[in-house]
Design a protein around this ligand. Sequence first.
Ligand SMILES: Nc1ncnc2c1ncn2[C@@H]1O[C@H](COP(=O)(O)OP(=O)(O)OP(=O)(O)O)[C@@H](O)[C@H]1O
Ligand SMILES: [Mg+2]
Length: 274
Amino acid sequence: MTATNPSPAPAPRREGELLLRASDIVAGYLPGVNILNGCDLDLHQGELIGIIGPNGAGKSTLLKALFGLVTVRSGRVTLGGDDITNMRADALVHRGVGFVPQNNNVFPTLTIEENLQMGGFQRPRKFAERFEAMVDLFPTLGDRRRQRAGSLSGGERQMVAMARALMMEPSVLLLDEPSAGLSPVRQDETFLRTRRINRTGVSIIMVEQNARRCLQICDRGYVLDQGRNAYTASGRDLMNDPKVIELYLGTLAADVESASGHNKERRPATPDPS
Ligand SMILES: Nc1ncnc2c1ncn2[C@@H]1O[C@H](COP(=O)(O)OP(=O)(O)OP(=O)(O)O)[C@@H](O)[C@H]1O
Ligand SMILES: [Mg+2]
């Protein structure tokens, strides 16, 4: 089955059919050095899933492996049941996958409008319609359409990058650290916008440094450590798991939350056996 564009109606959460599956992924950059050592990940129709973990855990590498930018040495990636392992990025875009990288995610010498044209180049006739949809979502981009992306702030660039990926109406969106480098208010806006995009039916895999905020809004979370899944559970269960807090979230924010009456119930998450 080929992935289709998202339907306008909100898709069911969690119970939705399996859309993307990564099984036992081994991948790396240099010969003989594996960064991912057997990662598994499932994304269901309509889900928003979060991937958290320490710096260097392989989170960005996992997204790049899903998007054909890092060679998968063993394991399998399927989309709607089709094997897409090591498929080229342009073919994946055609199948409904969008990717917003962590760094260098705009063409700095091009204007905002031209950046979005690049995003929609596979469907030029839809440009005007999609551009208007993006201006609805990111009003700033409409006002500044002729400004070069290189002169934008970090938050504005992030909007351009996200809008560019959305130009093709992806059914799956891969987001690498959308809140990185943003002020707390801009971070909140980014998380809310991500949730809003998800509610239009786009299934999302989001990698985030801001682990607590990410787990608060995602349906399910994965903790990646040293290229392997360490924990997998609902966002809420991960956020409340004492081991996950100790190892990956830090105790300071948890103490502040419990002192203010939040976070009373702590249910353990399941360590991933793999
Ligand atoms: N292009 C590359 N060539 C060689 N090694 C790389 C390359 N990109 C990343 N790595 C290595 O792969 C490992 C995982 O990097 P990755 O960027 O996936 O981590 P991450 O979990 O996204 O970290 P962060 O939270 O800092 O973004 C690191 O040890 C990194 O040095
Ligand atoms: Mg990264």
